[in-house]
Ligand binder design. Structure first.
Ligand SMILES: NC(=O)c1ccc[n+]([C@@H]2O[C@H](COP(=O)([O-])OP(=O)(O)OC[C@H]3O[C@@H](n4cnc5c(N)ncnc54)[C@H](OP(=O)(O)O)[C@@H]3O)[C@@H](O)[C@H]2O)c1
Length: 372
């Protein structure tokens, strides 16, 4: 039996602890992956601080982490798409309510993942490059394609232009890097926002126009750019960007729908070592107040808003659309880029904590990755 080790989250502990973990064999429709690279998402750093509120079901100790790439070492009953030795990336869903299983977190040597949330890798794609994709890609796909979100036409190899435009606020985020590529692969024109150093980057992913979100008049600029366009909706991918999306949609022609991946208030201050015990209740009340104001503003403008839960595609057809129908061929043909670039900050599970601390907004068009 292989020897497994995990970076454990224990409720009440601010940092992850590396310790032995049981090796779990795969069940029906599951595979075990020997993880070679994992990536860090903003939520991984926040669970130790807001887990009781955001993940009240999570049993402690738990293994966190959504993003992994590695080799298949065992396949469960009913698995048809993979064999031992295959190189894959996968979305790990151990912290999701209907899984709640430490064996299924990414931050361990041997992780159990669902066959339907894994994708084969072309030989030339390194594990560190592939690991940036799973949660960011899934979140982008949920926002663009799920019923109840923008519900857009699906991506394909040779899309016909739809004649419609999607506004993606935060194109240089990891989620945005995927949203731009998916929306253009579905035949939509994309207008986005980023810092000037990322203008070329977001254009290279397929955005037709990009605006600097730091500018005071950015909303007016985006409204002008949308003047002769028909919008298919907007994705709000940066903290506090939903208000700007509401203003643009209100002033433009087309569908009045916004899907939001971010909270309106940043919880990043919670990861600071020295902080007031009142910080969490303060941020929670700020968030409730800001959300209520946004909803009033959206309703007055006739705009529907909805929040995205990136792992929810495990429960609907969007999971198969991405991990089986679209991504394998798109990666193999080079049509889809593993973006943003990985920023490898450590080697080994001991460095996952360092990765979690390194992760911050401002790691511009790069994603924190640990090689294992
Ligand atoms: N709901 C979900 O299931 C889910 C899943 C994953 C992520 N998220 C959320 O989605 C957001 C993006 O996550 P991520 O992992 O993709 O982030 P990330 O890769 O860490 O994004 C970093 C980038 O955000 C950009 N940015 C920061 N503030 C911005 C603003 N006001 N307008 C436009 N761009 C801005 C910066 O781009 P420049 O360098 O160009 O300035 C920065 O490089 C986060 O809020 C995260 O918590 C939600």
């Amino acid at each position: 039996m292989p020897i497994n080790t995990a970076a454990w989250y224990i409720q009440g502990h601010p940092t992850l602890e590396v310790a032995p973990a049981p090796y779990t064999s795969p069940g029906q429709g599951e595979i075990v992956v020997h993880t070679r690279a994992v990536a860090v998402n903003p939520v991984d750093g926040l669970i130790p601080h807001i887990g009781r509120f955001a993940y009240p079901w999570l049993k402690s100790p738990a293994v966190l982490g959504f993003d992994l790439a590695g080799e298949v070492v065992e396949v469960g009953p009913g698995v048809a798409r993979f064999q031992v030795g295959d190189r894959v990336l996968a979305l790990a869903v151990g912290t999701e309510k209907n899984r709640n299983s430490p064996a299924e977190g990414a931050f361990q040597t041997y992780a159990v993942v669902l066959e339907r949330l894994a994708c084969p890798l072309p030989d030339e794609l390194k594990y560190e490059q592939a690991a940036v994709l799973p949660l960011a890609l899934s979140t982008a796909a949920c926002g663009l394609f799920q019923e109840g979100q923008l519900g857009l036409r699906h991506p394909s190899a040779l899309p016909d232009p739809t004649g419609e435009t999607v506004l993606i606020w935060g194109g240089a985020t990891s989620v945005g890097s995927n949203a731009i590529q998916l929306a253009t692969a579905a035949g939509y024109d994309v207008i986005t926002t980023a810092s000037p150093q990322n203008f070329e980057y977001v254009r290279s992913l397929g955005a037709s126009q990009v605006f600097d979100y730091h500018r005071e008049d950015v909303v007016e600029e985006v409204i002008r750019a949308c003047e002769h366009k028909t919008l298919a909706g907007a994705l709000s991918l940066a903290t506090g960007s939903a208000g700007a999306c509401i203003e643009v949609l209100q002033a433009s022609k087309g569908r009045k729908v916004i899907s939001m991946a971010s909270t309106p208030v940043s919880f990043e201050p919670l990861s600071q070592k020295k902080r007031s015990p009142l910080l969490l209740p303060q941020l929670m009340s700020q968030m409730l107040a800001t959300t209520a104001l946004l909803q009033v503003k959206a309703r007055r403008a006739g705009i529907r808003t909805s929040s995205i839960w990136g792992a929810s595609l495990m429960n609907d057809a969007v999971g198969q659309l991405i991990f089986e129908d679209f991504l394998p061929a798109a990666l193999a043909s080079g049509r889809y880029r593993a973006a943003p670039e990985p920023e490898v900050v450590g080697h080994g599970l001991e460095t996952v904590q360092l990765g979690v601390e390194t992760h911050r907004q401002g790691v511009s068009a790069r994603k924190v990755v640990i090689s294992l």
